[in-house]
Design a protein around this ligand. Structure first.
Ligand SMILES: NC(=O)c1ccc[n+]([C@@H]2O[C@H](COP(=O)([O-])OP(=O)(O)OC[C@H]3O[C@@H](n4cnc5c(N)ncnc54)[C@H](O)[C@@H]3O)[C@@H](O)[C@H]2O)c1
Length: 272
């Protein structure tokens, strides 16, 4: 085992939210290490384009258009993957994000909370992690081993202003990660593990206008974040790859139930 500690060759990885900014960087990387990527995304044209790019770069990939909150669609996907691959090795739940209506803006109060938008953001981030896990776990049980990696956020452990629904949903993902790690190891054995990766602040399309103004100048919120990040910068998607690789590989075989921060020190810093 020691010589293959970091090998990802031949691992069959289902990846939700694959065409996202962080997701696509991760998928390209994992494919470049010899994994087979099963790309899931809501917008078929985007994941088709990603599949093509990965193949052109010499990697293995196949894509399926699917909404992660569609339980029936996920069950049908399970059947398709059982026919095509038999089993899978890893599930990475990366579909998620905040939604414009689900924030409490500075000029609003809690009483202005839009409960419909709140439900949508909980549905995407929390149910959108739980449902793919439930639907695809049987393909890991068939394999006698399984590895699930959820994507959390800094907002999970310490709520942030404005993004209440997103933060609550990511907190629920941390809790689910720990719950499921215990549940699977206890009932299915030590070869089943569940962890989460918690990115710090990465400048992406979702948060660009929240963190920067035109010409890249920081907003007040962007500046507050940088001030609170000992490494004094936003993350680049590539900063996540080493930790992701380790979580996917046998090198982390005894690691389960953890939420690993990749945040430039944000979560360690008290502010003084
Ligand atoms: N960008 C950041 O700074 C940051 C920080 C912490 C955590 N995260 C988390 O990392 C993950 C990836 O983030 P990203 O920046 O790549 O986001 P992104 O918005 O670029 O990508 C998210 C992807 O999920 C897909 N998606 C959205 N709703 C879906 C649904 N219902 N069904 C299937 N797919 C759906 C989108 O089409 C998109 O491709 C998310 O869970 C996000 O919350 C991001």
């Amino acid at each position: 085992m020691l010589e293959n500690l970091f090998s990802l060759k031949g691992k069959r990885i289902v990846f939700t939210g694959a065409a996202g900014v962080l997701g696509s960087t991760m998928c390209h990387y994992l494919a470049s290490k010899g994994a087979t990527l099963i790309l899931l995304g809501r917008t078929l044209s985007k994941i088709e384009a990603l599949e093509k790019e990965i193949k052109e770069a010499g990697g293995n990939a196949i894509c399926y258009g699917l909404d992660v909150t569609d339980e029936e669609g996920l069950n049908q996907l399970q059947e398709k993957l059982a026919d095509k691959f038999g089993e899978i090795d890893i599930l990475i739940n990366a579909a998620g994000g905040n939604m414009p209506g689900a924030v409490i803006r500075p000029e609003q109060t809690f009483l202005d909370l839009d409960s419909t938008a709140l439900k949508k953001v909980l549905d995407l981030n929390y149910m959108g992690t739980v449902l793919p896990t439930k639907a695809l776990l049987p393909l890991m049980l068939k394999n006698g081993k399984g590895n699930i990696i959820n994507i959390s956020s800094m907002a999970a452990s310490r709520p942030m202003t404005r993004v209440m629904g997103y933060a609550s949903a990511k907190a629920a993902i941390d809790n689910f990660t720990k719950f499921l790690s215990v549940e699977l190891a206890a009932k299915h054995g030590p070869d089943f593990r569940v962890n989460a990766l918690a990115p710090g602040f990465f400048l992406t399309e979702q948060n660009r206008t929240l963190l920067t103004e035109s010409e890249g100048k920081l907003t007040q919120r962007g500046q507050q974040i940088i001030t609170h990040t000992p490494m004094q910068r936003f993350g680049n998607p590539e900063d996540l790859l080493g930790t992701l690789h380790w979580l996917c590989a046998d090198a982390s075989a005894f690691v389960t139930g953890t939420v690993i921060a990749v945040d430039g020190g944000f979560s360690a810093y008290s502010g003084v």
